[in-house]
Structures are given as C-alpha cells and as structure tokens.
Design a protein around this ligand. Structure first.
Ligand code: HMG
Ligand code: MG
Length: 298
C-alpha cells in the first residue's frame, strides 16, 4: 500500500536557484521562502553555506536566513559542506543542515573538491556539532542513480554512503538522482537496498527530471515505502557541477499526482501554482511544470 501522507521538502530556494546565471535579488529569495512556508511545506531548503566562489548565487545565504519570517513548525534547512558552512548555519539559526556527499568519486571531486572518504571525514565533526546544537541533519547522496562523469553507479556504493551517514546518526538520508537519469526499476533497486539498512521513514527521494522520469520514479519510490520527496516549484533547479542536469521535479506536478493518489501533503496546491508563475515571471521564462502551466492557462 502507498503511504497516506507524504512530506515534501521544497528545494527551490536552494537547488532551484543555485544554477541561475543572473543573481536573484535577496528580496526575491526571501519572498520565495516565505511564500513556500505559508503554502504549508513542512521543510523549505532555504540557502547554502558553501564557498561563494564556487556558487556565487548562494552567497547571500546569511541575509536570506536573517530576513525570512520564521513560521513556527516549519523547518528551514541549509547546505553545509564543511565546518565553515556549519558555523554560518548555526549563526543563521538553521533548523536543519544538509551534508552532501556522493556515491560517485568523480562527482565528489567535481562538486566538493575531495574524495568520498575525505568528504565523510569532513562531515563527521559537522554532524557532531549539529547534534550537540540540537540541529537536525540530513545526509544527501548525489549521483545515486548515475553520474555524469563516471556513468553507472553501483547500488552498493549508494548503500555504502548511506551506512556511513547512519554511523554518524544523521536524521534523514536523501537518495539523489542529481542528473535525472534514473528509471523506475533502478529506483526500486536502489530504494530497496537502502531501506534494508535504513528505516524507510528516514529516506527521501530527490529526483531531477532531465529525462522526464521523475514522476514515474517517485511513484516507484512510493511503492517501496518512501514517503519523503524533494521538489522545486516550476521545476527550477540543477547543480552547476553536474554537467547536463536540468531542474528538480516540479512541485506542482508532484502535488497533482499525489492528490490523484489521495495522498495528503498539507500543502495548498493553488498557492503553489501561483508561486511557480510568479517565480517564472521574475526569471523571465516559462516554468517547466506541466500541471502549473495547464492550470495557469485555464
Ligand atoms: P575548496 O576550494 O576545496 O575549499 O572547496 P577550501 O577549504 O580550500 O576553501 C577555499 C576557499 O573557500 C577559502 O576562501 C575558504 O574560506 C572558502 P579563500 O581563502 O580562498 O578566500 N570556503 C567557504 N566560504 C564560505 N562557506 C564555506 C566555505 N568553505 C570554504 N562553507 C568546498 C571546497 C566544499 C568549499 C567547495 O567545493 C564548495 O563550496 N562546493 C559547493 C558546491 C555546491 O554548492 N554544489 C551544489 C550543491 S550540491 C547539489 O546541488 C546536489 C543536491 O541537490 C543533491 C543532488 O541533486 O544530487 C544536494
Ligand atoms: Mg539536486
């Protein structure tokens, strides 16, 4: 049976915007976060505390965090690749941090400039400090369904990173299809293997939609007991260090599908369609959510 409720982590302020060439004004980022929280998302990925040389678009993370309205009960999460990022997150009052490693060596080098083993060693003090400060921790596993540099990624490599995260006591593990190459059978295989070692209630699916497989992949993941998904309004997104990757699965499309499956999210669908249209207008392009565009055209 499918879960009756799904938790959506809205990642557009971070994954959605990080790849935008033109700097998105801090005011717009703040409004995006505020509107998403008001629409009912339990978790909004609001910023990254990464090197501004590596990802200039995320350089204003501390300002974004300082200026948003905090809705009680909403978790505002931020990316932290190292202790320097953690210190920023702590000062900003983040509710949750995200350490982000990879199941592929080649991608680890490109994205965070170190090997998988080095990244794990770097994350350990970060996770420990977060736990001491009472901050939730998510561990993201990039390239869990394929890598732009290495190609196939063995399921065992994904499980290996998941086990390393578990040993650090992360709260949630994000299985990420960074470049959107996965297909449902592969998703079933990876999720089945990961949930053999991690409680499915603590595993999420983070799907990019490059090859148009993301909704099918979410359905496949739901069938393996996964009930947390990452989505981005208007399908914004992409990683600057993942060649050829397009946006995350569009939030509007996922909400539409889940509503059809009678799965509750607690999110106001109409408000999300409006946010998607507003954000796309700001970025001067048509968003890639099929459901969002269909409803807006009515
Ligand atoms: P490095 O160059 O090896 O690091 O980069 P370093 O420690 O040698 O530091 C170099 C410079 O960066 C120094 O400054 C540091 O102070 C500064 P300088 O002395 O040259 O002036 N620095 C920082 N500044 C601010 N905040 C920090 C920070 N750390 C160092 N936290 C590093 C290593 C990890 C920092 C770099 O590679 C980096 O920032 N990478 C981030 C890349 C990124 O953000 N990628 C996108 C997010 S991941 C993603 O999208 C995937 C995901 O969506 C899931 C999926 O789809 O797969 C999550
Ligand atoms: Mg991503």
């Amino acid at each position: 049976a499918l879960p009756s409720r799904v938790k959506i982590v809205e990642v557009s302020p971070r994954d959605g915007l990080q790849n935008e060439k033109e700097f998105v004004p801090t005011d717009i980022k703040v409004e995006l976060v505020n509107r998403l929280a008001a629409a009912g998302f339990p978790n909004v990925e609001a910023a990254s505390f990464v090197s501004p040389k590596w990802v200039p678009q995320m350089a204003d993370g501390a300002d974004v965090m300082a200026r948003i309205e905090r809705r009680p009960g909403t978790i505002y999460s931020v990316l932290t690749p190292n202790m320097k990022g953690f210190e920023g997150a702590l000062a900003a009052g983040a509710d949750e941090i995200v350490i982000f490693g990879a199941a592929s060596e080649a991608f680890s080098q490109k994205n965070i400039n170190c090997s998988i083993a080095e990244s794990i060693a770097r994350f350990e003090p970060v996770v420990q400090a977060a736990r001491e400060a009472g901050i939730r921790v998510r561990g993201s596993i990039s390239c869990a369904l394929g890598c732009p540099y290495q190609g196939d990624v063995p399921v065992a490599s994904v499980v290996d990173v998941a086990q390393r995260y578990l040993a650090m006591h992360v709260d949630e593990i994000d299985v990420a299809d960074t470049i959107g190459v996965g297909t449902p059978q592969r998703v079933r295989d990876v999720m089945t293997a990961v949930t053999r070692v991690v409680d499915p209630a603590r595993v999420s699916g983070h799907f990019h939609d490059t090859y148009g497989q993301a909704l099918a992949n979410i359905l496949a993941a739901l069938e393996t007991g996964i009930s947390i998904f990452h989505t981005s309004v208007a399908g914004l997104g992409g990683c600057p260090y993942a060649k050829g990757a397009t946006g995350n699965v569009a939030t509007e499309d996922v909400l539409y599908m889940l509503r059809g499956l009678d799965i509750d999210t607690g999110v106001d669908f109409d408000a999300v369609v409006d946010i998607g249209q507003w954000m796309s207008a700001h970025l001067n392009r048509k968003g890639s959510s099929r459901a969002g565009n269909a409803i807006a055209a009515k």
